[in-house]
Each structure stands twice: as structure tokens, then as C-alpha cells.
Design a protein around this ligand. Structure first.
Ligand code: NDP
Length: 467
């Protein structure tokens, strides 16, 4: 009997996705570039006859029922092109390749076009939820043609996480829509993770709380409006002790944050599309600067910051500041997705995006219900801010967030994500910005012209030359 679906790439994500698919009753053929990995997977983790190993591309492709459906879970970038190149000679028109990795959306558009010429269907699918999600139900963000999606809709719906609103999978949109949405999901993830980390920093350095105490507070918060996957894991991390030393493990982890690129790509896309994702960009830079550990160590001995301490903050104020940061991180991301959808004709339904983020994925949170409510009230409410309920939500938390920011500043504790969120909010909700001076400067040195507030038209002044 031929397999229902094939999967290439048996690292953590691929293995778990295969086990998930097989558990739902489908037969899966598997292939990995390095045969040893396939053997180990079959020996150590596979008990079901529904998972069939293949040790050559030809055998793998021949073991699939037609039209063939092949999921790639290999490293993003060149490996995806390499695998497509290897598969292509054995595929027939109407077969489907699904790239489930974190590919850059521009690569997905290119591959879609190249494969369409060969008559091969292609989906770029965001998969979120890490290895646990892949095994127990991820949030799936497939994009491409509807025909391609129709071929695998049932399987994807079956393996996705479920909430009271249905499976966390939807046809996201045309072209690279799925990978774009997954990329921005990760951009939001960067911003929320960094915001939590900044609040943690303030708690330990500003309020002198122990790691254990912070863990209890995070646990409490996870039962309130901050209820979310990232809050839950952060509370667990705080309570995890190192076996060897008995100390909280988090205190022993080197403060150099790694990144694989999706936060940077989101920020690059935001710059290209003209969306002010202040805190997303700041969170990428926060990881970048963390990497300069030796430089930071050296300079920290050189600079003694004699600042005037601001009023301290309460736990409740910290919670409100973080809650506002969550809200504004989603706001930036949804705006970015909307702008991309318009520019690239993705046809994305933002309500569906919010719905499929409710389960399985890393940025799942209780707040998504509130955001769905705001967007349902008005589909044009892209930043969520154009609504009385949002206005009330923001105003009730703003004072606390500013106090938190001031307190952090006065302790010289960096808080780029929290401040990025505040600057995003202040910039968007300020009638007058100093961009008038920027325009004057540009006109002064480059005759770039400016508009006026008192009359229509474009103006240029022969400014006095410099002495
Ligand atoms: P990795 O990103 O570490 O990729 C390893 C897999 O890619 C292995 O199967 C490896 O095969 C294969 N591979 C690497 N280079 C090539 C090549 N040139 N040709 C063929 N195969 C190649 O694995 P993950 O499971 O972590 O992730 C898979 C994809 O899913 C990535 O795109 C990742 O970004 C994405 N993703 C990962 C998440 C996670 O939490 N890890 C979450 C969501 C998405 P070999 O054994 O031969 O080296």
C-alpha cells in the first residue's frame, strides 16, 4: 500500500510531525539526507507500521500515493532548494511539495514560480509550536494556491492544535502568505519574549526579587490577563534548578541570545513596507547587543551611572506594563501582515490569522480573544487602537508602563522592547511630531521640498547658506 504523505528531514521538527501524522491514522513515508538519522528514528521512536522509511529519493517518491504530497522539514535556505532539485526528476505534474520550514518569503515566491513551470504544486507553510507543538498539534499557516491546499487540507486540519474555535490551521492566502505570516508571528514572539525578559531584569535588579519569587509572580500572572504560553514557560524556567549546583538554572545561563533570522526578516520587511514596528526591531537589536558580552563586561567597569532614582514600581504596575507590551506587539505584527497582504495580494483574513494563533503556537495567549473582538467590531482596525475598548485598555495601563520605563531608565536597565512599545504608541497617538524640523533640514541641505500646514502645495526655500 502506498503512503498518504511523505516527509523529508528527520530532525526534531520532522520526527515529531511524522509521529503526529501517523497517530492521526495516515501512512507516512520518511526520508532524510543522512540515512543514519532515519535508522535511529525508526529504531528508537517508531512503533507504528504507518511510518515507512526510505533510503533513496527514488524509493521514497515511489512509495507515495498520487498525487504525491511531500512535506519538507529541512534547514531553511539552500537545503530546501537542494531537496527540491533532488525530488524533481521523480515527480509528476500535479504532485505537491509543502515547505514546512522557516523559509524566507521571497524564496517561497521564487520556488512557487519555478515549480509552477514544471506543473508541481507548492505550499509555503509556517509551523509554530516548537517540537512539542509538532508532536501534539502545531499552529499551521499554509499559503500558496487553493488547489494545492485542497489536496492536504484534511491532513493538516487533523494534525493541527485545536481550540474551541476549531483547528489551528487555515488557508492563509496566496503566494508566500503562509511563510510571511509565520515570519511575523516570530517577530511578535521576539517582542513579547524581550518584554518579559526586561520585566524579569527589573524585578531582579530593581526590586531585588529572587528567581523563585519571580517564578511565583509569573505563575500568578499566567492565571490573569497575561495568560500565555510564553508566560507559562517563563514561570517554569524560574523554578527550574540545576541538578549539579542546585541553583536556578536560568542564573547560570550565559546572557548571549541567539537568533535564526525571522525577527530580522520581519524587521527588514517592516522597513520595506513602511510599518513602524518599533519594539520588534528593538528586540532584534537587544539580541544583537547581548552578543557583545566581552565588550559589555569591559565597558561596565568603565561606566558608573550616577542617575537619579525614579519612584519604584509595584508588581501590579509591572503586570500592566507587560500587558500593554503584549497588546502593542500584536498591534505592530498585525499591521505588518495587513500591509504585506495589500502589497503582495495575499488576500489574508486577519481574523483567521488571530484565530489560528490561539492554540499550538508560541505566541498563543488569552489576549488574542480580546484582539479578535476588536477586529470583529471593525475590520479596518488594523492597529487595534481605533476602538473605545482598546483606548480604555491602553489608558488603564499606560501610566504603569511609563512608571516602569522611568524606573528602568533611572537604574540604567535597558528596556528596548517596553520603550519601543511606548514610542510606537506615543508616535501613533500624537498629532504633532517633530518631522516638520526633519523636513526643513532635508530642504536646507538637499532641496527636498516640504508641504505646509496652512496652504496646499510643495515648497522650497533658499535657506541662508552656512557661514
Ligand atoms: P534543522 O533546521 O536543524 O534542520 C536539520 C534537517 O535539515 C536535517 O534533517 C538535515 O539532514 C536537513 N538538511 C540540512 N541540510 C540539508 C541539505 N543540504 N539537504 C537535505 N537535507 C538537509 O531542523 P529542525 O527540525 O529544527 O527544523 C526544520 C525546519 O523547521 C527549519 O526550517 C526550522 O527553521 C523550522 N522550524 C523549527 C522549529 C524548532 O522549534 N526547531 C519551529 C518551527 C519551525 P541531515 O540529518 O542529513 O543533516
Amino acid at each position: 500500500m502506498k503512503a498518504d504523505v511523505g516527509l523529508v528531514g528527520l530532525a526534531v521538527m520532522g520526527q515529531n510531525l511524522v509521529l503526529n501524522i501517523a497517530r492521526k491514522g495516515y501512512t507516512v513515508a520518511v526520508y532524510n539526507r543522512t540515512a543514519e538519522r532515519t535508522k535511529r528514528f525508526i529504531e528508537e521512536r517508531v512503533k507504528s507500521e504507518k511510518i515507512v522509511p526510505a533510503y533513496s529519493i527514488e524509493d521514497f517518491v515511489n512509495s507515495l500515493s498520487k498525487p504525491r504530497k511531500i512535506i519538507l522539514m529541512v534547514k531553511a535556505g539552500k537545503p530546501v532548494d537542494d531537496m527540491i532539485g533532488e525530488l524533481l526528476p521523480y515527480l509528476e505534474k500535479g504532485d505537491l511539495i509543502i515547505d514546512g520550514g522557516n523559509s524566507h518569503y521571497a524564496d517561497t515566491d521564487r520556488r512557487l514560480k519555478e515549480l509552477a513551470k514544471e506543473g508541481i504544486l507548492y505550499l509555503g507553510m509556517g509551523v509554530s509550536g516548537g517540537e512539542y507543538g509538532a508532536l501534539h498539534g502545531p499552529s499551521l499557516m499554509p499559503g500558496g494556491t487553493r488547489d494545492a491546499y485542497a489536496l492536504v487540507e484534511r491532513i493538516l486540519m487533523d494534525i493541527a492544535a485545536r481550540t474551541e474555535d476549531g483547528p489551528c490551521c487555515t488557508y492563509v492566502g496566496d503566494g508566500s502568505a503562509g511563510h510571511f505570516v509565520k515570519m511575523v508571528h516570530n517577530g511578535i514572539e521576539y517582542s513579547i519574549m524581550q518584554s518579559i525578559a526586561e520585566i524579569y531584569d527589573l524585578m531582579r535588579k530593581g526590586l531585588n526579587l529572587s528567581t523563585e519569587q519571580i517564578g511565583s509572580i509569573f505563575e500568578d500572572w499566567n492565571n490573569g490577563e497575561l495568560s500565555s504560553f510564553l508566560m507559562e514557560i517563563s514561570s517554569k524556567i524560574m523554578r527550574w534548578n540545576d541538578e549539579e549546583t542546585g541553583k536556578p538554572l536560568v542564573e547560570l545561563i550565559l546572557d548571549k541570545a541567539e537568533q535564526k533570522g525571522t525577527g530580522k526578516w520581519s524587521t527588514q520587511a517592516a522597513l520595506d513596507l513602511g510599518v513602524p514596528t518599533f519594539s520588534m526591531a528593538a528586540s532584534v537589536f537587544a539580541r544583537v547587543v547581548s552578543y557583545y558580552k566581552e565588550e559589555r563586561q569591559r565597558l561596565s567597569k568603565l561606566y558608573h551611572k550616577h542617575l537619579t532614582l525614579s519612584e519604584s514600581v509595584t508588581i501590579e504596575e509591572l503586570e500592566k506594563a507587560l500587558s500593554l507590551a503584549y497588546f502593542l506587539s500584536y498591534s505592530q505584527g498585525i499591521w505588518l501582515i495587513h500591509e504585506a497582504s495589500k502589497t503582495f495580494n495575499y488576500g489574508i483574513d486577519l481574523l483567521e490569522v488571530l484565530r489560528i494563533w490561539k492554540g499550538g503556537c508560541i505566541i498563543r495567549s488569552k489576549m488574542l480573544d480580546f484582539l479578535i473582538e476588536l477586529l470583529k467590531d471593525s475590520q479596518d482596525n488594523l492597529t487595534f487602537l481605533n476602538d473605545e475598548k482598546a483606548q480604555k485598555f491602553v489608558e488603564e495601563r499606560l501610566d504603569s508602563a511609563v512608571k516602569v520605563s522611568n524606573f528602568a531608565r533611572s537604574l540604567a536597565i535597558p528596556s528596548p522592547a517596553i520603550n519601543g512599545c511606548l514610542d510606537y504608541l506615543f508616535s501613533l497617538t500624537t498629532d504633532s511630531l517633530p518631522a516638520n524640523l526633519i523636513q526643513a533640514q532635508r530642504d536646507f541641505f538637499g532641496a527636498h521640498t516640504f508641504e505646509r500646514i496652512d496652504k496646499p502645495g510643495t515648497f522650497h526655500v533658499e535657506w541662508q547658506p552656512l557661514d
